[in-house]
Design a protein around this ligand. Structure first.
Ligand SMILES: [Zn+2]
Length: 279
């Protein structure tokens, strides 16, 4: 029963995330006007705004003008529904009821926010500053609340996660400066450091380190395969935010024991690779 509720609510949130990813870069309001067909402007009637089912019911076309409805909207709704179920399944029950519920709600918020940032960076290479700033503040507030709910003083976890956020931002700024100097062209988007700060606030130092290792490996592999396959031109930029956001979601959903083991494997490997590339 809980899974069905999570899937239905997740699909609705996914529908909103699609809409937000479309409207935010265009400077449009999220609240007004109501959902409409981007081709003919007709406001969608009740059954047409049902997430997941609408696309199947309309067979991917607007009823009035026949313009195709992007398949991606449907995929984002399905993906969000799946992610919400995953958060419910993978959230540890926790000792107390309050801590468990808090972690569940925080996880749903975190994963949905990351998906919105992923879509925006994928579409228009944009990680909006206000969104990252509010994500960071929410992450620190969650850290404090989770500690308090577990009966621990929030001071130490809050300091630790704030430091991780600051190091994430500074680390990316430094890497950007060094990369620009090395390549003679901007190496990193300005938003990546803000996303790293947000992830540090939510995940702490070890979590952020693992996110960076996973994002560098998967992003590097994507760049290499894209070049070999001829999909990317030499020095063609591609957004790094989706790799950071995906790794951030994975780290949130997996147990801390696994993080230690993965870091023990990945860090020596990455430093050897770094030395080989540097040499
Ligand atoms: Zn239409």
């Amino acid at each position: 029963m809980g899974f069905v509720v999570a899937a239905v609510l997740g699909a609705c949130v996914g529908s909103f995330l699609s809409l937000a990813a479309w409207r935010l870069p265009r400077g449009e309001s999220l609240m007004w006007p109501a959902s409409h067909c981007p081709a003919c402007g007709r406001t969608l009637a009740w059954p047409e705004i049902l997430p997941l089912l609408n696309w199947l019911w309309l067979r991917g076309r607007c009823r009035t003008c026949g313009a195709s409805i992007p398949l991606r909207d449907w995929l984002v709704e399905g993906l969000t529904a799946g992610l919400w179920v995953a958060v419910v399944v993978l959230t540890p029950p926790g000792a107390g009821g309050v801590a468990g519920v808090l972690r569940l709600l925080a996880g749903l918020l975190f994963i949905s926010g990351l998906l919105l940032l992923l879509l925006l960076d994928l579409d228009v290479f944009w990680l909006p500053e206000p969104l990252c700033r509010w994500g960071l503040i929410t992450g620190l507030a969650t850290t404090a609340l989770l500690a308090a709910a577990a009966g621990i003083s929030p001071f130490a976890p809050l300091m630790h996660h704030s430091l991780a956020a600051a190091l994430g931002l500074l680390g990316f700024d430094l890497a950007g400066v060094l990369g620009t100097w090395w390549l003679g062209a901007p190496a990193l988007g300005g938003g990546d450091g803000k996303l790293a700060a947000l992830l540090g606030a939510w995940l702490g130092g070890r979590g952020l380190l693992l996110v960076l290792a996973l994002a560098v490996l998967s992003g590097g592999l994507f760049g290499l395969l894209g070049r070999l396959g001829g999909y990317l031109k030499p020095r063609q930029p591609f957004p790094f935010g989706p790799f950071l956001a995906t790794a951030g979601g994975l780290v949130w959903l997996t147990p801390e024991l696994l993080h230690r083991q993965l870091l023990a494997i990945l860090l020596p490997w990455l430093s050897t690779l770094g030395l080989a590339l540097g040499g």
